[in-house]
Design a protein around this ligand. Structure first.
Ligand SMILES: CCOC(=O)CCc1ccc(S(N)(=O)=O)cc1
Ligand SMILES: [Zn+2]
Length: 262
């Protein structure tokens, strides 16, 4: 699919902090969301996410996370409303997690870390024709971030967890169909924070409207343990567990984080 391009990754190590200096990078992600500094914006509209489970295509290990990819050649999986002026197409979702339940998320709320964070990646199909094009543009991407907490088992996630052993090594891929990404959203998607930022892995372009859900989802300890059974490395290399695949927090600079709730 348009977004099945490989991450152009330098030799990343788990706690990737990157030698890359991003020219004029003062809109970088992730950030800490200091709740008392957020600004309620009553103009923010409800988010409208429409996903078709039938357009799910494959799940693969890209050596940094695992991606579940969707057919983004039509407007079957769309995101609009919220802070967005245009219509965006889902191309993939992936996660970031820690080696322990004490950390793993990329964003934090009042410095609170979560054990993992889900990213649903969408690109602006009103203005661009390909994900790769949108990645380079200021209004190109919209990523929904959802925090994961360890608790009860997430029934919808289990189908994905069961597929992970088949993609243990970097660059392994398996067909994956009929998965509804909507089942990973919290019950209430109308309470969120939003700010303008960047990709958290190369190319780190400042093309993302971030929409971070206030409400988390719960997954079981065992489900998260399967995430940690994945490897950064390919079958020929010395094994390295895929854990701590999050970027360090970046300065907010002159940005304001808006909230859709007061
Ligand atoms: C031009 C190719 O660019 C890519 O493949 C970037 C993919 C990419 C998508 C989303 C994210 S995240 N963690 O900020 O949601 C990082 C990198
Ligand atoms: Zn991500």
């Amino acid at each position: 699919t348009a977004c099945s391009s490989k991450y152009v990754l330098s030799q990343m190590h788990p706690m990737w902090q990157g030698p890359l200096v991003v020219p004029g990078g003062d809109h970088q992600s992730p950030i800490d969301i200091a709740v008392r500094k957020t600004v309620f914006d009553s103009e923010l509209k409800p988010l409208v996410a429409t996903y078709d489970p039938q357009t799910c295509q494959q799940i693969w290990n890209n050596g940094y996370s695992f991606l579940v990819e969707y057919d983004d050649t039509t407007d079957k999986n769309t995101l609009k409303g919220g802070p967005l002026q245009d219509k965006f197409r889902l191309c993939q979702f992936h996660f970031h997690w820690g080696e322990s339940n004490d950390w793993g998320s990329e964003h934090t709320v009042d410095r609170r870390l979560f054990p993992a964070e889900l990213h649903l990646v969408h690109w602006n199909s009103d203005r661009y024709t390909l994900f790769e094009e949108a990645v380079m543009e200021e209004n190109g991407l919209a990523v929904i971030g959802v925090f994961l907490k360890v608790g009860k088992r997430h029934e919808g996630l289990q189908k994905l967890v069961d597929a992970l052993p088949a993609i243990r090594h970097k660059d392994s891929i398996v067909e994956f169909n009929r998965f509804d990404p909507g089942c990973l959203l919290p019950a209430n998607i109308n309470d969120y924070w939003t700010y303008h930022g960047s990709l958290t892995t190369p190319p780190l372009t400042e093309s993302v409207s971030w929409i971070i859900m206030k409400q988390h989802i719960e997954v079981s300890h065992d489900q998260l343990a399967v995430f940690r059974s994945l490897l950064f490395t390919s079958a020929e290399e010395v094994q390295k567990s895929m854990v701590n695949n999050f970027r360090v927090q970046q300065p907010l600079r002159s940005r304001t984080v808006r909230s859709s709730f007061s």
